[in-house]
Design a protein. Structure first.
Length: 209
């Protein structure tokens, strides 16, 4: 998993509430288990017209927002069914951070497991950041995970909270597999002991040992 330390980029305003995972990534495209190439279907229902052409009214189809790295969204972002494809598609597009008043629990957890930072802030602060995000090419924010701050376009800094363990994992690029690999020596030692005391668990007999 790619480390998340500091992120500077254009923030796109998405003032919609209850953006569910099917809107983020449609269920019809859940057949793949690859994490690349998913951006083409991100927000398909609202990003494209029925004929497949771009919807010019959708923010990610407009000017500098095509290169957005941050989304400022409405309440309850990521609700609906569980699917890791939702954060995968956001990351594949280039989005590494979503800021909203609240998130659905499963989506929130899936973000951390895939290197996408979800930041929950009070609505009054989100409203201010939403106005910042409407500044087009000037809607540049910097997310510093170590200091837990968001630098607004005018230089003002907003503090955010994050669970210390999740912060550690993002800073070090550790997903569940990475965390397990850190215990490699302990796992190898356990297996060595187990092979001697319980060889049948490994398809062995006492004679094989």
């Amino acid at each position: 998993m790619e480390k998340f330390t500091q992120l500077t980029g254009v923030a796109a305003p998405l003032p919609m509430i209850n953006v569910d995972t099917d809107k983020i990534y449609p269920a019809v495209y859940l057949k793949t288990i690859k994490r690349t190439g998913l951006a083409q279907w991100l927000f398909q229902e609202i990003r494209f017209k029925p004929d497949g052409s771009e919807n010019p009214d959708f923010v990610l189809n407009q000017g500098p927002y095509r290169q957005a790295k941050i989304i400022v969204a409405g309440d309850n972002f990521g609700c609906g069914s569980s699917r890791e494809h939702a954060p995968w598609a956001l990351i594949d597009f280039g989005i590494r951070c979503v800021i909203a008043p609240s998130f659905a629990d499963i989506f929130y957890n899936n973000c951390f497991k895939n290197g996408l930072l979800p930041i929950a802030l009070p609505k009054e602060i989100i409203d201010e950041l939403m106005e910042d995000a409407k500044k087009g090419a000037n809607a540049v924010m910097t997310i510093d995970l170590e200091s837990q701050t968001i630098s607004r376009p005018d230089g003002e800094k907003v503090q955010f909270d994050i669970d210390p363990f999740r912060k550690h994992c993002l800073l070090n690029g550790l997903d569940d597999i990475g965390l397990t690999e850190q215990k490699g020596a302990d796992i190898a030692a356990y297996e060595s002991r187990a092979r001697g005391s319980k060889p049948w668990l490994f398809g062995m007999t006492q004679a094989d040992g």
